[in-house]
Design a protein around this ligand. Structure first.
Ligand SMILES: NC(=O)c1ccc[n+]([C@@H]2O[C@H](COP(=O)([O-])OP(=O)(O)OC[C@H]3O[C@@H](n4cnc5c(N)ncnc54)[C@H](OP(=O)(O)O)[C@@H]3O)[C@@H](O)[C@H]2O)c1
Length: 317
């Protein structure tokens, strides 16, 4: 059917590290799938903070330019490699590809390793599916694989209105945990509606007084906040940081009998399929603050870099 997909495609690329307006459209050859890859025609691509960091030269390594950024996508399989058995042309799929290596989701066609994608969940549109993978896998791995969250435990999500935060609140509630979120006042109602029992204004309330006896903290900020968040945990509790190691904080955590984890999200299509079921059931919804066309990828990066996007941004390809 689609084995004739050849020729050129449009992609948003950078030719060097730089500001948001370094992103521009270019024509690139449509790639050929290897035996364990499929070629996906992208409908939407998610925009994550690691995209903006990488564009600026302080994210993941970029082996060559021009480079196509983006890890999250939703789309339709248009070609399959010789060794593919699970997927067929025409299947709608979503996933976070190859992270932390370059994947190239800001393009009309993208090569996806079969084990990094799952079927797009029933009843979830491409837009929401494209926004989900990185934030949902991060929250899933943090809450369930690192912190081993149990029903009725108390979780505090620092940065509860952001991409990862708003998913962490919902997944913790889905598991049956109690949730406290931190957010700016303008997002308090939003975070409550996600299921948080209590929302703390991080701008006016000292973070180290936000709660007591917390079982699990998800820290999306790091730095000095990590040290303050340690004060909230019970001995034996777990703090999961998304933003890199904190040597002093790690030592302080061990001194209090707290488990510190510094995680890096990884592709996992089994977890993604489970996340897909939670999305289908409606227990998890991804908020999309804005959709940008591919040729406005730079504007999406500028908005994300304000640090106050609610939920996620996506590019329409
Ligand atoms: N380790 C990993 O594998 C991994 C995976 C995913 C993400 N990350 C990293 O984790 C961080 C969060 O990712 P994300 O996608 O959730 O980012 P994001 O969507 O850009 O986060 C934006 C949110 O941060 C909140 N915020 C801003 N300043 C804050 C402050 N001082 N205190 C508390 N909250 C504040 C904002 O809330 P208000 O607007 O309400 O102020 C906003 O909703 C990023 O640095 C990202 O690169 C790491």
């Amino acid at each position: 059917l689609n084995s004739s997909v050849t020729g050129q495609m449009r992609a948003a690329v950078i030719d060097a590290f730089g500001p948001p307006d370094s992103l521009h459209l270019a024509n690139l050859p449509i790639p050929e799938p290897g035996s364990t890859e499929v070629l996906v025609q992208t409908h939407f691509a998610g925009v994550n903070p690691i995209d903006t960091k990488t564009r600026g030269g302080h994210g993941v390594p970029v082996p060559r330019f021009p480079a196509v950024l983006g890890w999250d996508l939703s789309g339709v399989v248009v070609r399959v490699g010789a060794g593919i058995t699970r997927l067929r042309e025409g299947d709608a799929v979503f996933g976070m590809l190859r992270f932390p290596e370059i994947a190239g989701a800001y393009a009309e066609y993208v090569l996806a390793p079969e084990e990094h994608i799952a079927r797009k969940p029933e009843g979830v549109d491409h837009r929401e599916a494209a926004a989900a993978p990185m934030v949902a896998l991060t929250a899933w791995q943090a809450l369930f694989e690192n912190a081993h969250l149990k029903p009725d435990q108390l979780v505090l999500v620092h940065g509860a209105s952001g991409g990862v935060g708003h998913v962490a609140v919902q997944l913790a509630r889905w598991k049956g945990a109690q949730v406290i979120g931190t957010a700016s006042v303008r997002n308090h109602e939003f975070v409550s509606q996600l299921g948080a029992q209590h929302v703390v204004d991080y701008a006016t309330q000292p973070l180290d007084t936000a709660a007591t006896n917390v079982d699990v903290v998800i820290d999306t900020r790091g730095g000095d906040d990590f040290l303050r968040l340690l004060q909230l945990l019970r001995p034996g509790g777990t703090i999961v940081s998304l933003v890199g190691r904190h040597t002093e904080g790690e030592r302080a955590a061990h001194g209090k009998g707290i488990h510190p984890a510094f995680i890096m999200v990884r592709p996992d299509n089994a977890a993604l399929a489970e996340i897909g079921r939670v999305l289908s059931e409606g227990a998890l919804q991804i908020t999309i603050e804005r959709v940008f066309p591919l040729n406005d990828a730079g504007a999406a990066h500028s908005l994300l870099e304000t640090g106050h996007v609610r939920g996620r941004l996506v590019l329409e390809i």
